[in-house]
Design a protein around this ligand. Structure first.
Ligand code: SAJ
Length: 579
């Protein structure tokens, strides 16, 4: 297939107007930062930034809020409120529900939420296509000499750009590489650190045309000021993005396997973690700092894996294979989903081992948001546990300082009557406390929680407290990974070797996936995916994504008859063939 010659050259590029569709946790900070950077590319005046929010029941209010200078993201988001207010006051940032204002935009960022179909293997692009239809309608009226650059910030299942989005715009007479340029720059933001992450984290710039990543880099260098923008093709960017979250999920599952063994044998998991991560040269500060983001090889098993990304991205990486009927049973990535989904109920059973039967006790679940200091409840493991307690007729209360009463997931699971914002009320109600997210409030008010008079036990599922706080009543404290015995050198060696087997298994799986994509979806040199590129770009992920070289696995390590399921999977998929 021939690619058209450069339709827009970076050196002749003019940006007067930037549209940002979807002011969520990605779109809001991107819009505010692009406005605040006062970007002048081929112009004298800074580019105007317009946020587009459709007039929906749940989110329609965002237009007025932004036009009044307010960021629409709750929780603790350092800098974001100030940046938004300043940009609106200077007249560079505004919001609208009218897509037609995008018809003369030079750049359009699309940050509409993408999802996975419930109980399915395929992406759910319902809201995305609803937005893209309106965008294409607007661009049908674009000036004929303008070739807008459309950058997808949302996470996309591999092949989406080439097979779905290119076709979508074509239906409206907008041909990629001629009338429009399609690029993808999947975001690496994290609630609680939105601004910091955009400024300090390396970013991928992918395109279907070789010119597109150059343009994205030229624009984004104004806001990614402390990190690099890496150019690549669209499929590689799609694979790297989903892989980063998939491999994080796999590493959490691996750590969960190990912590379960440690907890059964009263071994201090955190000592294991630090020693093995030292041997892997992948250490971090998260063992001792509950608000540090874990990035080491061995991660931190908590109540479960929530959020919008980790629970779905590994499945999206396998979507096209599943669609073709290829064998998915050997995948470490998919096995990890099962391990992590079991965690909330497993944690409850572990608490019962420590404190005795809890079926007639009252439980306070502290922290409903899946991440500390955020209001985000998507796939929250706390809600999984709350549903389990309700099904088993166990009394409980939910506390969170940030999650609102009309939060969509609270309403969806009908948990609104159980939610309080008053910590005293939760502590007065309960016999036992589960720390489900490491919100700042639970650190600041540790004394109150620990010494509350009714509370008989605290189950720490967030690695928030140090056992020393319970010196006077050690029986009151239990948690995930909180064993007290020193791990033996043999056990450390076993965990290290199992990790090495698991990471080779993951690399073999990835090699099979890349081969599959190249064989079935790539028809020109620029868009070909190379394992080394994926490995190099994944390594730029600031929460750690070191992909090993593919290699055969000699044997599955074992320790007193215990072996990792993921290491075993890795062993069995050494010769994974995907065609
Ligand atoms: N979790 C653990 N143990 C850990 C790390 C996380 O149990 O050691 C759990 C968390 O409690 C949470 C879930 O995993 O329930 C997800 O947390 P996360 O820290 O991985 O963060 P997310 O989902 O908010 O953001 C992820 C990040 N991806 C990676 O770090 C590879 C972020 O950088 C991405 O921008 C984001 O997904 C995204 O949008 O894709």
């Amino acid at each position: 297939m021939e690619l058209n010659s450069a339709p827009v050259k970076p050196e002749n590029w003019k940006i007067k107007k930037i549209g940002v569709i979807g002011p969520g946790i990605v779109g809001m900070p991107m819009a505010a930062m692009l406005a605040n950077a006062k970007i002048k590319i081929g112009t004298k005046e800074p580019a105007e930034v317009i946020v587009i929010q459709r007039n929906s029941v749940n989110s329609g209010w965002k237009v007025d809020a932004i036009n009044n200078g307010k960021s629409v993201i709750g929780g603790i988001e350092p800098e974001l409120d100030d940046i938004t207010r300043e940009a609106v006051e200077k007249g560079i940032l505004s919001a609208s529900s009218d897509f037609s204002v995008l018809s003369n935009a030079d750049v359009i960022l699309v940050s509409i939420q993408t999802d996975k179909k419930e109980n399915g293997f395929e992406p759910d692009y319902g809201p995305m296509f609803a937005g893209l239809e309106k965008l294409a309608e607007a661009l049908k009226n674009k000036p004929s000499d303008k070739i807008p650059l459309i950058i997808f910030e949302s996470t996309l299942a591999p092949t989406t750009m080439d097979t779905l989005f290119r076709e979508h715009f074509k239906k409206y007479g907008l041909e990629e590489g001629k009338d429009i340029l399609l690029g993808n720059s999947p975001n690496r933001v994290m609630p609680g650190r939105l601004v910091e992450r955009i400024r300090d984290a390396d970013k991928l710039a992918g395109g279907l045309h070789p010119e597109t990543p150059k343009l994205i880099k030229k624009l984004y260098e104004h806001i990614v000021t402390n990190a690099e923008v890496h150019q690549t093709n669209s499929l590689t960017a799609e694979i790297v993005k989903t892989l980063e979250n998939a491999y994080r999920d796999v590493r959490i599952a691996f750590s969960t396997e190990m912590v379960r063994y440690c907890d059964q044998h009263n071994i201090d998991f955190y000592k294991v973690r630090d020693k093995v991560n030292g041997k892997l040269c992948q250490s971090d500060k998260a063992t001792t700092d509950p608000n540090a983001v874990p990035s080491g090889g061995i991660l931190i098993p908590m109540l479960g894996v929530g959020g919008h990304c980790l629970p779905k991205d590994g499945i999206l990486l396998w979507w096209r294979n599943n669609q073709k009927g290829n064998d998915t049973s050997k995948s470490l990535i998919l096995e990890s989903r099962l391990i992590n989904d079991a965690s909330p109920v497993d944690a409850f059973k572990q608490a019962e081992k420590a404190f005795g039967n809890l079926s007639d006790k009252k439980i306070a679940l502290l922290g409903v948001a899946y991440r500390f200091n955020s209001e985000d409840t998507r796939n929250s493991p706390t809600l999984v546990l709350a549903n389990y307690l309700r099904e088993n007729n166990i009394g409980y209360i939910l506390h969170d300082p940030y999650v609102k009463n009309d939060d969509q997931n609270i309403l969806r699971f009908k948990q609104q009557d159980h939610l309080t914002h008053d910590l005293n009320k939760a502590l007065e109600f309960a016999d036992y406390v589960f720390i489900c997210s490491a919100h700042k409030q639970y650190i600041d008010e540790a004394e109150k929680i620990i010494s509350a008079k009714n509370i008989k036990g605290i189950f720490d599922a967030s690695n928030i407290y140090n056992r020393n706080l319970f010196q006077n009543n050690p029986e009151k404290y239990a948690g995930i990974g909180k064993g007290t015995e020193e791990p033996s050198e043999d056990f450390i060696e076993f965990v290290y070797k199992s990790f090495r087997a698991m990471e080779k298994g993951l690399a073999n799986e990835l090699q099979g996936l890349i081969h599959f994509y190249n064989e079935n979806y790539v028809f020109d040199d620029f868009n070909k995916v190379k394992f080394e590129d994926v490995q190099r770009l994944a390594k730029t992920c600031s929460t750690g994504c070191e992909i090993a070289d593919p290699d055969s696995i000699g044997s599955v390590p074992s320790y007193q008859n215990f072996s990792s399921i993921l290491a075993k999977k890795g062993f069995s998929n050494s010769k994974l063939q995907l065609v």
